[in-house]
Write a protein that binds this ligand. Sequence first.
Ligand SMILES: [Zn+2]
Length: 258
Amino acid sequence: MKKIARISSPDCLDNDTDASRNRKISFYEKLRDKNGDIYPRWNTIGKDKNGISEIRKRLMEMSDACCAYCGDKLETGVMEVDHYLPSGKFPYLAYCWDNLIPSCKCCNLSKSDFTPASLQDKKIVEHIISDTYEFDCIYDKKYLLTQIARDDRLIDPTFDDPEEHLEFNPEFYFYEAKTETGKITAKRFFNKHKEVAEKWEKISLFIRNLVCEGISEEIIYDFIKLQGYEYICLKFYAYWLNEKQEGRIDRDSQQMEI
Ligand SMILES: [Zn+2]
């Protein structure tokens, strides 16, 4: 997991101009359909000719088309829009740009509606609608994540530096936690998920083979860019380079796994 710089919001979620703010307030006024479900405007507003919404495009741009949690490369249509604080519990954050994270299906499923216990009973609203709706807290990400939910939450890769919370162990395909937040995150997304470890093992062996073959760094970086999982791949690459330098990998014993 690596840090992702949050870019500015798409126009439809912008709080800074009167027009966009008023439009967004109208989204909250008509929040739910007749079945009580929140309108998934993140999938529907400002679609281009390929049917991709403005919000999805911006999220893809922000993460270089990768899942912000695991790093898997995503097709635009496959990406899921994750609400870091789940919209089911915090409906008045449903259209809050800072709360949206590009995710793969697998991570979105693993995360599900995870809510820090410290925020469980809080009504949180975006500041642009705080005149209209009751609240316990106005959404202030820094305050919520560093003061209230400091130790009982998941890493938000667009806010936290994941390396302060987690260290990847390339030998055993495992994230070691450095903090409580790291521990909760590793457990939720990675460790104890057999299919994740199997995928990492395959990637590791593939990179090992490239290193054994003496493939140039440039080509390996190109492969990593295409493949996704950049953070993990770079860790494997550094690990296998070191193993090679130390004479601990043997070219003849390599197996092509991918
Ligand atoms: Zn993922």
